[in-house]
Design a protein around this ligand. Sequence first.
Ligand SMILES: Nc1ncnc2c1ncn2[C@@H]1O[C@H](COP(=O)(O)OP(=O)(O)OP(=O)(O)O)[C@@H](O)[C@H]1O
Ligand SMILES: [Mg+2]
Length: 315
Amino acid sequence: MPEPILLDVEDLHVDYPGPAGVPVPAVRGVTFQLRRGEVLGLVGESGSGKSTVCAALTRTLPPGARSRATGLTFDGTELGGLAEEAMRRLRASRIGLVPQRPMTSLSPATPVLAQLRWYGGGQDLTPLLEQVGLRAVLDRPRDYPHRFSGGQLQRLLIVLAALARRPDLLIADEPTTTLDATVQAQVLRLLLDLRDRLGLGILYITHDLAVVAQVCDRVAVMYSGRLVETGTVGQIFAAPRHPYTQALLAALPGRTKPGDRLGAIQGSAVGAARHPGCAFAPRCPVVLARCQDEAPRQIVTPGATVSCHRAEESA
Ligand SMILES: Nc1ncnc2c1ncn2[C@@H]1O[C@H](COP(=O)(O)OP(=O)(O)OP(=O)(O)O)[C@@H](O)[C@H]1O
Ligand SMILES: [Mg+2]
């Protein structure tokens, strides 16, 4: 029996306010599901819309941004129709967000321990902090955030988001990008441990496929605001179907022979929906004539999706 669906996102679109009142599209037609106990990796290069998806899910988009979706359901509750106060309660309890920049998520003017106590609502934080190797926070009650390392603060934010509140869903936006390899491994272990103990569903956002291979069960690949491919980690790594996913994997250092150049993807991404056809067409090594002006439809197979004219031809 598969675990129940925790998060169900159907046809999500987000626009930011642009110059002269013209909206700038950032996310287009994103559809995915996340089950309890599952880690779903959302990958894609900088600017592909990953953080925007997070903000839309948690309804924390900046003023002026607009989102719409056919369905946005968390554990059976439709989020779109929820009043702001109910949404705030959900964020404060059942949905934990580990933001992209730890430094800007804590107040610089209050000691870390005081902030932690405030968030913890009176519970004894000692066992939690010891468990994640953050005893230092207890020993240095007067120290402000800038006195702690990036890795310490990042683990602290995960503790805040995940343990102090016992959420069902944890959204982690690039939680290890700025960390060295040892601390990154610690943070990843902490996340997996939380998933196992609390049965959390985790949406893990990153541009690092090596990290995805270590922690995720399934992957959703974003390009220019759209999901181009989804599948299990096994499927995606063994047999990627979208040329963008193939290029991302080819660029992994482990897949390059010594002496070869790293396989960088030529060109740069166009903004979401600025291209009438497939957004990857201008960079695609196997582009077809119709990719230029005809948007590919999403091909759904059991447990996987791909949006590509080539994949459609070979399906
Ligand atoms: N507040 C904003 N106002 C206008 N445009 C924005 C805003 N925030 C993001 N964007 C644009 O929306 C697009 C998606 O940005 P987003 O931050 O979601 O990407 P990302 O995949 O999280 O990138 P990164 O890997 O760099 O964090 C980008 O083109 C970005 O410039
Ligand atoms: Mg981001």
